[in-house]
Design a binder for this molecule. Structure first.
Ligand code: IPE
Ligand code: IPE
Ligand code: MG
Length: 243
């Protein structure tokens, strides 16, 4: 039987266009239960399904998730291998449903660094969903903000962008997020207060929301609470408050 959804009142909520999430705490979630870290990663992926559904329900247009950082390669090989297996399985199992739901997948990061069969699955998923427009889902995978900036600079040099014409708009057009608005809200689960190399250019004026829950426990109601907090923020962008 489907669980009944509680009614959440969105009337006074200003829903951000672009929400970005640092999905953190899978390992601690598992440890708390005496389970291996891999069980936490599996629970994390299951949770993603709930959060995607909630984003669609709340009318969020762009969701960016931090799934695997350039630094995460330094974890034990068994954990890295386990994570790659999970990502590959998710693409096999969830792609059709995501497509039917109208999700358009984008990848942020360096695909070249991952194994050929996973690369092929990702490219296939991007191609299949490219015309969908209900929710843009950016998956930051083998992503690092510094690597992204270096990549942009190197492409600009290759294109002979002149130092006098360079501006923020041109620079942004060389980032993996080109064509998309910057995130309005960055959520980090598990109570950590760090950016950990995530969207370091794009999040310049994002509102930051640390959620205490570990990622597998951060669901629809917790996302709603983040939107409530966001609605109460006074975004000044360096100017003076309107009141
Ligand atoms: C986030 O959970 C998932 C990835 C970084 C891939 P962690 O694996 O970082 O979980 P903790 O922070 O150790 O609890
Ligand atoms: C950030 O989490 C990366 C992802 C969520 C994919 P980490 O767990 O890797 O970050 P640190 O090590 O706590 O900064
Ligand atoms: Mg972590």
């Amino acid at each position: 039987m489907a669980t009944r959804k509680s009614l959440l009142d969105l009337t006074n909520i200003s829903v951000p266009t672009h929400v970005a999430i640092i999905m953190d705490g899978n390992g601690r979630w598992a440890k708390q239960r005496g389970l291996p870290r891999q069980a936490g990663h599996r629970a994390g992926v299951e949770n993603l399904r709930r959060v995607i559904d909630a984003c669609v329900e709340f009318g969020i247009k762009i969701l960016t998730i931090y799934a695997f950082s350039t630094e995460n390669w330094g974890r034990p090989e068994s954990e890295v291998r386990g994570l790659m297996r999970i990502f590959s399985r998710v693409l096999d199992q969830e792609l059709n449903e995501l497509h039917e739901q109208g999700v358009c997948l984008h990848h942020l990061g360096d695909l070249g660094g991952i194994n050929a069969s996973l690369q092929e699955k990702v490219l296939n998923a991007l191609e299949l969903t490219k015309d969908n427009d209900r929710l843009i889902l950016n998956v930051a995978f083998n992503y690092g903000g510094r690597a992204e900036i270096l990549h942009a600079v190197s492409e600009m040099l290759a294109d002979n962008v002149s130092p006098t014409e360079l501006n923020e708009q041109i620079f942004s057009s060389y980032l993996f997020t080109h064509g998309l608005p910057d995130p309005d809200l960055v959520i980090r689960t598990s109570g950590e207060l760090r950016v950990s190399n995530f969207l370091i250019w794009q999040a310049a004026y994002a509102e930051f929301y640390p959620a205490p829950e570990y990622w597998p426990d951060f669901g629809r109601e917790e996302l709603f609470q983040a939107l409530v907090a966001f609605s109460g923020r006074d975004r000044r962008f360096g100017l003076l408050s309107e009141d």
